[in-house]
Design a protein around this ligand. Structure first.
Ligand code: PLP
Length: 364
């Protein structure tokens, strides 16, 4: 048998999963507990699956301290379907929604909303190359807006909101795909949060939506049922067949996060890990050029460049040879990116920091 070594995976998504989770899934893969079959083979109406489904929801509620008047939904279609579902449900005729443009995914959400109704740009940092986030004072929105949409962590540019705007009666909607579960959040500040699972929650295939129940019920009813939040909430995400195996895997990841100390501990680790990489960048005398403005830096995705594309290619190739993968920037912007999601260990991060220092020494 060939050696099957696990690399240090800093990919942006789908991303690293905790080894313990993969091993538990492996142990239960063919026969799940006393079910006599794999999770993938069971009815989504069976008692065994019902328990998996409820446990994942309960763990997510516990870890994020989701208030009781919020629904937790497990949907499909990725965060990308939420770009369309949010306006389809809430951007009704005569209303306007405001969007904060801070990167690629924020733009995509805005473009999809534009197809549905009237949209307004509350702020954009595009002219700054999306290197920074707008300050709360820069945001222009209106009390009459249907909602205000933000992206809590900009995966491609490497910026992250530290605190969130207070929007009062206007529901705040946040795409948290790349930083959910990496820090405590006050869910009550938001009307709706959505996140594809494949960065911090589990494998791809399931999308989490956390929404204020009372707002959710005001959604449009003259759209196909699969697109209606109220239909999914009423059926506890079992209106149709949910992505059962992805939800099972997410449940294992959630249990792992809880055992590690919850989101407070995830936040502590994210701070520590990102400080290691930013430290190398800042102490490299311009060998590594951090992309995001220091005040807007993300603890999940560290973006940087090297002085020339040739040097960048040499860095990525040498890193790959040394067992570090997933370091290339998004195809739309190039450069390098270190994604430090929950399952990425401090040890792996330290190995990479040491490699980066060494590469700079040899090539500086
Ligand atoms: C990855 C990502 C998306 C896209 O998610 P899909 O699940 O592939 O649709 C959207 N928004 C953000 C912030 C992301 O990081």
């Amino acid at each position: 048998m060939t050696e099957r070594r696990r690399v240090d995976n800093f990919g942006a998504g789908p991303a690293a999963l905790p080894l313990e989770v993969l091993e538990q899934a492996q142990a239960e893969f063919v026969v799940y507990k006393d079910a006599g079959m794999s999770v993938m083979e069971m009815s989504h109406r069976s008692k065994a699956y019902e328990e998996i489904h409820q446990r994942a929801e309960a763990l997510l509620r516990e870890l994020l301290a989701v208030p009781d008047d919020y629904a937790v939904l497990f949907l499909q279609g990725g965060a990308s379907l939420q770009f369309g579902m949010v306006p389809l449900n809430f951007l009704t005729a005569g209303r306007r929604a405001s969007y904060v443009l801070t990167g690629h995914f924020a733009e995509k959400a805005y473009e999809d909303a534009k197809v549905v109704g009237e949209v307004h740009v509350a702020a954009s940092t595009k002219d700054d190359g999306y290197r920074r986030l707008p300050s709360v004072e820069e945001l222009q929105w209106d009390e009459a807006d249907a909602y205000l949409h933000i992206t809590s962590n900009n995966t491609i540019f490497g910026t992250q909101w530290r605190s969130f705007p207070d929007t009062g009666r206007v529901p705040l909607v946040a795409d948290m795909s790349s930083d959910i579960l990496s820090r405590p959040i006050d869910v009550a500040k938001f009307g709706l949060i959505y996140a594809g699972a494949q960065k911090n929650l589990g494998p791809s295939g399931v999308t989490v939506v956390i929404a204020r129940q009372a707002w959710l019920e005001t959604c449009r009813k003259d759209i196909p049922k699969m697109l209606r939040y109220d239909v999914h909430a009423k059926n506890r995400s079992l209106y149709n067949t949910p992505p059962t195996f992805s939800i099972y895997m997410m449940g294992l990841v959630l249990a792992w996060v809880k055992a590690q100390g919850g989101v407070t501990e995830m936040a502590r680790r994210a701070e520590e890990k990102s400080a290691r990489i930013y430290g190398v960048i800042d102490e490299s005398d311009g060998f590594y050029l951090g992309y995001a403005d220091p005040g807007s830096r993300s603890r999940m995705n560290v973006t940087f460049r090297l002085r020339t594309p040739e040097l960048e290619q040499a860095f990525l190739a040498a890193a790959k040879d040394a067992g570090f993968v997933g370091l290339n920037g998004h195809r739309s912007v190039g450069g390098c990116r270190v994604s430090l999601y929950n399952a990425v260990t401090l040890e792996a991060t330290e190995r990479l920091a040491e490699f980066m220092r060494d590469f700079a020494r040899k090539n500086g």
